[in-house]
Write a new protein. Structure first.
Lengths: 259, 616
């Protein structure tokens, strides 16, 4: 991947929570029209990467280049206006606003009324359930519906790049499949590039084109998702497929080699 | 042309009647006389716990009796497949106590290698560390007909194991105790029956060409070596050391464990191979023995931390090391040390002490390095810190150390002088030859190989070297010497050592036999290069992408050029490539001590090597 064609290039970012370094030098690219996933265990630094991109956190060093422009250190609202919308971990919908109001909030920075209305219809098209509940308070929605709302709200900002933080969190398996189908449709139909952070490696690898694996703040592996799925370490540590071994039960873990 | 012997006087030999003829008799004599004193420590739930001689003796006895209960007799072989830990020690001493033969298997070995050693040695009993190692044994046991019993040290995750061939270490020890009660005196009689000329340990040497060979060391080999080397190494009761090198290796077994038993030195067992440096800081050993790779890693850790420190700290470090180096230069040149240099060194002491404490060597009287070549500059660095880094030379086939660097006349780049009990000579081709009672019994089941190695009473080491003023210099392995297409003889290890002195280069292999020029393959130091790349904003993701980054290649280029300056033009490396895969101890490219295996690497990366000569 060359730096010129990448829509987003994150280079050597280091991000801290106070004295604790969460990201120890991460470099990754998202190309135009791609779905890129970042896999990793709890506390690996996945969410921090997204927060650093969207400007919620500032990197101590390194660059975040979006469409050729360094956006590291910009305020979140500026980043959003540049075309990056963030659907945060745990949905974070406005509970006392209605579904409709939530969606309009997502378009707060836009003035093209007709197009906003058009996008609203598009969201309702992807998630008909939201249309049914348009005038209910968001806090009363189910987890799955809230997730739909969070994604839709981000879409209402008309992003070129959508940051999705664990959309599968707390959802039933069938709902997860449905939501990821729509994520894929959004990508294909609207040409929105997506950076997807997930713990559910199965669905993420199936959905995305390219993947990075991050462990304690560092990238240990990157490849096309189809190739990642074939790697032994991914199979054992992320997809839970391990050989039972000679005794039919194996408790010890191989050393991760990342190759 | 005849060979030339360096040692002219008949060897000076010490005997110590007190310890008796065998490792078994030595152990029991020490247990009886030193009873309640501490001999080893291990870290249990975060606390260092001590083990006394009595406890050590009791454990070894239980193991020995447990083996006897299985019908294991003198001369039978038992293998141990485990990381270095106290259980390894108990098993080893128990095996030796009943006159058995003890042989180690590297925990990083693949099942196929485990099978090879089990079959070759004909082991009847196998001790395994844990579930992971057990699985290797279970995979291959059907093809090891002599293997009767597998004893497991750590039963974590194996509660439901129900296999008639396997048992836990605890159960095994309990049966040993039972046997002991039923057969009073069996243990003591067994010890008395162990003869000096009896085979004690089999040490499998990493086979860079062909399968590994089991070097046979007798009790006499070991005792002769311990008694005579002890005053040379200056080890005594109350000394503390860190035990972390693999027990399968002759260095940890002979100069580590057995020497500790002989001297009464306390061995502190590391929690795991990953915690060596932390554990060393906690223990602050008084003596240390390690392979070059460890000393290199420690030095580069400090050098890098100094580089990222504040302006003041950085300069304080540089100043202190320089003050030390100036003193070292004066000391090594043999001239008197000017008072100004002494003063400078004195002033630098607070900083030096901090570095030493950080290294875990603040109490270290001296440190030994062996088993592989080391860069002279690295030795000078340690000397500058006031740590006497002494090179030793030897090999498995003569029970470890044979030459020792004299403390009062250190010559970096040389491996010291032959120990008084060792005869050392050079063949007309320059090969180093050794003789003495520590020369091994031969290779297990391989009389032809033995006859090739011991000829006319001399052990042929396969190392080429020379002597000057009584000092020995090892230039290279005989088969590694490169003759370039121009007919120039080059010793690759000298260049490789210079390269390895860079914090960014973990290991390197110089190539050039029958080639127009020299080239090399470099294994980068992952941590340090990663850090450098991050500090210099060089984008990278994983290891491979790091090795492909242009600036990283440039960094290594700079390091290669720096090393080249120390050599004549024909000896300079003209091209290099980076190994793109991160190698681990489990990989066949590396020896268990993390050195690249020359022959294997040459073969495996032949395509990559050809690219260097294709462009030229």
């Amino acid at each position: 991947m060359s730096a010129t064609e990448a829509l987003l290039r994150v280079a050597n970012i280091e991000t801290y929570y106070g004295p604790i370094q969460a990201i120890r030098g991460v470099t990754l690219d998202v190309n135009q029209g791609q779905i890129v996933t970042v896999l990793g265990a709890n506390g690996a630094g996945k969410t921090t990467i997204l927060k650093t991109i969207s400007g919620v956190m500032d990197p101590e060093r390194g660059q975040v280049v979006f469409e050729g422009k360094n956006i590291a250190g910009m305020k979140p609202d500026r980043v959003m206006r540049e075309g990056i919308c963030h659907s945060p971990e745990g949905r974070e919908v406005f509970p006392f606003l209605t579904v409709h109001e939530n969606l309009v909030m997502g378009a707060y920075s836009r003035h093209d009324k007709d197009e906003v209305a058009h996008d609203l219809e598009a969201c309702f098209g992807y998630f008909p359930r939201l249309k049914e509940r348009a005038h209910q308070r968001a806090g009363l929605l189910s987890g799955g519906e809230q997730q739909m709302l969070a994604i839709s709200r981000a879409l209402m900002g008309k992003p070129k790049l959508l940051l999705l933080d664990e959309p599968s969190l707390g959802l039933s398996p069938i709902l997860v499949t449905q939501i990821f189908d729509i994520v894929k449709r959004i990508n294909r139909e609207r040409g929105v590039s997506i950076l997807l952070v997930e713990q559910n490696a199965h669905i993420a690898l199936k959905t995305a084109d390219y993947g990075y694996v991050i462990e304690v703040g560092r990238i240990v592996m990157e490849d096309e998702c189809v190739r990642l799925m074939e790697k032994d370490d991914i199979k054992e540590f992320y997809l839970g497929q391990k050989e039972a071994g000679v005794r039919g039960r194996r408790r010890w873990k191989r050393k991760k080699l990342w190759r | 042309m005849a060979m030339t012997e360096l040692t002219t006087t008949p060897p000076v030999i010490r005997e110590d009647q007190e310890v008796g003829p065998s490792v078994a008799s030595m152990l029991w004599q020490r247990v009886r006389t030193r009873g309640s004193r501490t001999i080893l420590r291990e870290k249990d739930r975060g606390v260092w716990k001590q083990v006394t001689w009595e406890q050590l003796g009791a454990r070894a006895r239980q193991v020995g009796m447990g083996l006897r209960a299985l019908g294991f007799n003198a001369g039978d072989v038992a293998c141990v497949l485990s990381e270095t830990n106290p259980q390894w020690v108990y098993a080893d001493l128990g095996i030796l106590g009943v006159g058995g033969v003890s042989s180690g298997i590297y925990p990083t070995d693949a099942p196929g290698q485990v099978e090879y050693i089990l079959r070759d040695s004909g082991a009847r009993v196998l001790f395994v560390e844990n579930e992971e190692q057990l699985d290797k044994a279970l995979q291959v046991r059907e093809r090891c007909p002599k293997l009767q019993r597998i004893v497991i040290f750590d039963m974590k995750g194996l509660r439901e194991l129900n296999d008639p061939q396997c048992e836990s270490f605890d159960a095994f020890l309990a049966r040993g105790e039972e046997f002991d009660r039923a057969h009073p005196g069996a243990w003591e009689d067994g010890i008395k029956a162990v003869r000096g000329d009896q085979l004690a340990i089999l040490v499998y040497t990493s086979g860079t060409t062909g399968p590994p060979k089991g070097a046979m060391l007798s009790h006499r080999n070991i005792i002769f070596q311990l008694v005579n080397l002890n005053p040379q190494l200056g080890l005594r009761e109350g000394d503390e050391r860190l035990a972390f090198l693999p027990m399968c290796h002759v260095a940890e077994r002979m100069a580590g464990l057995y020497q500790s038993l002989y001297a009464g030195m306390i061995s502190n067992y590391v929690e795991s191979p990953d915690t060596v440096f932390e554990n060393q800081r906690e223990v602050q050993p008084t003596v240390a023995l390690a392979v070059p790779r460890i000393w290199e890693k420690m030095q580069s850790g400090i050098a890098l931390r100094a580089r990222e420190a504040t302006f003041l700290q950085r300069h304080a470090y540089a100043w202190a090391i320089n003050a030390g180096l100036r003193l070292v230069d004066a000391r090594l040149s043999g001239r008197g040390v000017p008072i100004t240099r002494r003063l400078g060194f004195l002033l630098a002491q607070p900083i030096v002490r901090n570095i030493r404490r950080e290294l875990g060597l603040n109490r270290a009287r001296c440190a030994y390095v062996g088993a592989a070549p080391i860069a002279p500059d690295l030795i000078r660095w340690y000397l500058a810190l006031g740590i006497d880094m002494l090179e030793v030379y030897g090999m498995t086939e003569c029970g470890g150390v044979t030459t020792v660097m004299p403390r009062d006349a250190i010559r970096p780049g040389w491996v010291g002088k032959p120990a008084p009990h060792t005869r050392l000579a050079f063949s007309p081709e320059g090969e180093i030859l050794l003789a003495g009672e520590h020369v091994f019994m031969g290779y297990w089941n391989q009389p032809e190989k033995t006859a090739e190695t011991i000829r006319d009473g001399w052990l042929h080491t396969g190392d080429v070297g020379r002597a000057d003023d009584g000092y020995v210099r090892v230039t290279d392995r005989m088969k590694d010497i490169i003759i370039t297409a121009g007919g120039k003889n080059v010793t690759p290890s000298e260049i490789e050592n210079e390269l390895k002195f860079s914090p960014y280069i973990a290991d390197a292999i110089v190539i050039g036999d029958r080639r127009k020029f020299l080239s090399c393959l470099v294994m980068i130091d992952h941590e340090n290069v990663e850090k450098w790349a991050q500090d210099n904003s060089v984008p990278f993701s994983n290891f491979t992408s790091l090795t492909r980054a242009e600036k990283v290649v440039g960094l290594i280029q700079g390091e290669v050029e720096r090393a080249n300056q120390k050599f004549a033009r024909v000896e300079q490396v003209k091209a290099f490539r980076l190994i793109e895969q991160k190698l681990e101890a489990e990989d066949p490219e590396l020896t268990p001590t993390m050195k690249l295996k020359r022959a294997f690497v040459n073969k495996k990366y032949s395509d990559l090597i050809e690219t260097m000569y294709a462009d030229a």
